[in-house]
Design a protein around this ligand. Structure first.
Ligand SMILES: [Zn+2]
Length: 94
């Protein structure tokens, strides 16, 4: 299910968060950007679904195309590519 894929990608990026001391955390900027964009996409998808969105409806991002051929297209491939780039840039989560 798409929503779970997005949530998993967000938490994989958030795993790069490391605790500096009692109250401060640091996260590599790339990991933060990935986590943030998947968090936003998750919210937009949820709104889309709640509003009765279907794969052949206009995509939530506003581009003049359907969800199926826009954000819904090749989602798993895009996630695999983004998470392996993140791993190349930031190593494994610490
Ligand atoms: Zn889209």
């Amino acid at each position: 299910m798409t929503y779970i894929l997005l949530a998993e990608t967000e938490s994989r990026a958030l795993a790069y968060n490391t605790q500096l001391n009692g109250t401060e955390y640091a996260i590599p900027e790339t990991a933060f950007i990935v986590a943030d964009s998947y968090r936003k996409m998750k919210g937009e998808l949820l709104e889309f679904i709640r509003a009765g969105g279907q794969p052949h409806y206009a995509c939530f991002c506003g581009l003049p195309t359907t969800y199926k051929s826009c954000h819904g297209s090749q989602l798993r491939e895009n996630i695999n590519s983004i998470t392996s780039k993140l791993q190349r840039l930031s190593g494994n989560p610490g």
